[in-house]
Design a protein around this ligand. Structure first.
Ligand SMILES: [Zn+2]
Length: 274
């Protein structure tokens, strides 16, 4: 039982990931007086330039994209009430298979132990009670997400942190709902995911932690809106805030074995700590 202020530390790969995966818990816990620390590992330079211009296309200036995405990140954090933003600033490695993966200095080419040492310093400074990041596949296989997972697990080990540790995930029932909505919206969607691609997310009964963030769905929606330059936010923003709240009103996590004695199914990342 902690007498001081509780601290949540979330480690994300790119500007905008904080809103997609954890916007609800960041906003909810900040409103409850929890210190919310966001560590964003990369500068997002491989994202879209204004007008949806992709990396490598004429008019895509990686430095300018990074600068505008960091401004969007600051705006998103202000909306979510994030108390402390820490940007590690590694060059975005781009999607799996892109040549930017191998650019010297990119997040993906940075030795895990080096980036983890920087994160460990932040963990020693903030002493988080709860740490959130991605699963070993980075949720969907993006190199920077995989690297964020690796440096987080390494930093936890280096610091001997006793924090409860969570990986973000999405229940298969919600993935099916997304598919239905996309079909309703006229998008071509396969009935079954291709069998050679691992299914994203987890079966519902393997998810330990379901946090109701319905009351903060409008904040999460607005935080995603701060990243509207990125095409990947469009499927969410096009839902409108009410539909978005229905689909995205619960954020789900898998708790990593940590010795904290709480029920297997939780509704609070801080269960057992307050
Ligand atoms: Zn990302």
């Amino acid at each position: 039982m902690s007498n001081g202020q509780l601290t949540l530390l979330a480690v994300h790969a790119h500007p905008d990931d904080e809103a997609t995966g954890t916007g609800g818990v960041l906003a909810r816990y900040a409103a409850e007086g929890v210190r919310t620390v966001l560590v964003t590992c990369t500068d997002g330079r491989c994202g879209d330039a204004p007008g949806g211009v992709k990396p490598g296309e004429p008019g895509h200036d990686p430095e300018a994209v990074a600068a505008s995405r960091l401004a969007e990140l600051a705006a998103s954090c202000a909306i979510l009430g994030v108390t402390d933003l820490e940007v590690l600033g590694y060059p975005d490695s781009g999607m799996a298979g892109w040549s930017t993966n191998d650019v010297p200095g990119s997040f993906w080419t940075t030795p895990v132990v080096d980036a983890a040492a920087r994160l460990a310093e932040l963990m020693n400074h903030y002493r988080p009670d709860v740490v959130v990041t991605y699963d070993p596949n980075g949720f969907y296989g993006h190199p920077d997400h995989i690297q964020a997972h690796r440096i987080t697990m390494s930093a936890l080990e280096q610091t001997g942190s006793a924090a409860k540790v969570y990986w973000t995930t999405i229940p298969h029932s919600t993935m099916r709902k997304f598919g239905e909505m996309a079909r309703e919206a006229g998008m071509e969607m396969p009935d079954e995911p291709p069998s050679d691609v691992p299914e994203i997310g987890l079966p519902d009964d393997q998810i330990t932690t379901w946090v109701d963030v319905t009351a903060f769905a409008d904040r999460k929606f607005a935080a995603l809106g701060a990243h509207a330059s990125q095409e990947e936010t469009m499927p969410f923003l096009s839902m409108g805030v009410e539909r978005f709240a229905e689909v995205m009103g619960v954020e789900t996590f898998v708790r990593v074995d940590d010795g904290v004695d709480t029920a297997v199914r939780e509704t609070d990342l801080f269960a057992g700590l307050r």
